[in-house]
Design a binder for this molecule. Structure first.
Ligand code: PLP
Length: 390
């Protein structure tokens, strides 16, 4: 096996060039480090990129989800349906509102929330659905939106993995009532920390703007009193969840390279898929014809019955080769905090089974051909070594 022990290959990594660095420097030399024009410019470019009317930046994707839950009017006593095969933020935002997350199991092929299971969990208390485009593959958004319309539910799409993805030709970000993207360094484009909500709904847009800035409004038509030009009103309890101009400038520069990043991710995925296609101990990720994934993560699923080693052993051997494999995700309700709230193991069997059988391989635009080939060789060799056919 090639010895690559000196350079660790992470599962995800930002791609920053001199343009990015220079756009940050230009903000540092300007008058506004925050609440300046760079934020609005970045919001307009994202709205344009995903074919939507409005976009509101936040200090991170989790804050953006919190804002979307507020704008949707989610309250104590409400139920919100989401997938357990996700990062904790997708359901923590529901808890922030005092509402109850309802975990619905995933489809065995796409690993996205299963619309057939959503039907069964809708009650008179259901207020919203938070579908998660796992690994960058869009959910069955038509079916989900149809259900939402029928039951008067709001759809907040967690598209942290899906910037640049398409569903039936439409850009992710333009389909649901509100869509969240994250700009954490492992995601498609980065602002260090950052997030955004895209929407076509003006009412949500205005609420999101106020929510991320203490619940304060300066809109003369909305004020209860008016003491003069300095006057503003805090009309509800909001937060300081603003993105700085430094971050926004980095984001705008990154966004101009987004399509190139997507192509590079896709090229690596094609290589992985070709290399692993005929190995019976592993399954490559299934994709629906109607979707163009943005390929945030490459998740291999192991046929544990065909192997004499456990997933854990394979994981440790890959880490031993300096490959930064990971597992996405631990089912959210396995977390001690959620267990403490009364969520029981066993509620989503497809999710729980998937969790036992997956490993995420490194995937990011600046990954070199040597690194990709090295990962492929290591995976093949380790799988062969542990095959039950030996
Ligand atoms: C990254 C991520 C988030 C949260 O984004 P942050 O910007 O890190 O707060 C939410 N949901 C999913 C699925 C994510 O991957």
């Amino acid at each position: 096996m090639v010895n690559n022990k000196n350079s660790f290959i992470p599962y995800g990594h930002q791609t920053i060039d001199d343009d990015d660095i220079n756009s940050v420097i230009s903000i540092l030399k300007s008058d506004y480090l925050t609440t300046g024009p760079a934020v609005e410019r970045f919001e307009k470019s994202i709205a344009n990129y995903v074919d939507t009317k409005y976009a509101v930046t936040f200090s991170n994707g989790t804050a953006a989800l919190h804002g979307a839950c507020y704008a949707a009017g989610i309250q104590k006593g409400d139920e919100v349906i989401t997938s357990p095969m996700t990062f904790v933020a997708s359901s923590n935002c529901v808890l922030y509102m005092g509402a109850t997350p309802i975990f619905v199991d995933i489809d065995q092929k796409t690993y996205n929330i299963d619309p057939k299971e959503i039907w069964k969990k809708i009650t008179s208390k259901t207020k919203a659905i938070i579908p998660v485009d796992y690994t960058g593959q869009p959910c069955d958004l038509d079916e989900i939106n149809e259900m939402a319309t029928k039951h008067n539910l709001i759809v907040i799409e967690d598209a942290a993995h899906a910037l640049g993805a398409r569903h039936k030709g439409k850009k992710i970000g333009s389909i649901s009532d509100m869509t969240m993207f994250s700009f954490h360094p492992v995601k498609h484009i980065t602002t260090g920390e950052g997030g955004i909500i895209t929407t076509n709904n003006k009412e949500y847009y205005e609420k999101l703007l106020e929510f991320r800035s203490h619940g304060v409004t300066r809109d003369r038509s909305k004020l209860k009193e008016d003491h003069g030009p300095w006057y503003y009103e805090m009309q509800f309890l909001g937060y300081n969840y603003r993105m700085s101009d430094i971050q926004a400038a980095l984001g705008a520069s990154q966004l101009s390279k987004s399509d190139d990043f997507l192509k590079k991710r896709k090229a690596i995925v094609d290589k992985y898929n070709a290399a692993f296609a005929n190995i019976r101990e592993i399954n490559t990720p299934f994709q629906k014809q109607t979707n163009n994934s943005s390929w945030h993560l490459y998740v291999l699923r192991f046929n544990i019955a065909e192997l004499v080693a456990s997933r854990k052993q394979i994981f440790e051997e890959l880490r031993g080769q300096n490959i930064g494999v990971n597992v996405h995700y631990i089912p959210v309700y396995y977390q001690p905090f959620y267990q403490g709230l009364g969520f029981k193991k066993g509620i989503c069997p497809n999710t729980e089974k998937l969790y036992e059988e997956i490993i995420t391989l490194p995937l990011f635009p600046s990954m070199t051909e040597t690194e990709v080939n090295y990962v492929i060789e290591c995976v093949k060799e380790i799988v062969k070594k542990h095959s039950n056919r030996n």
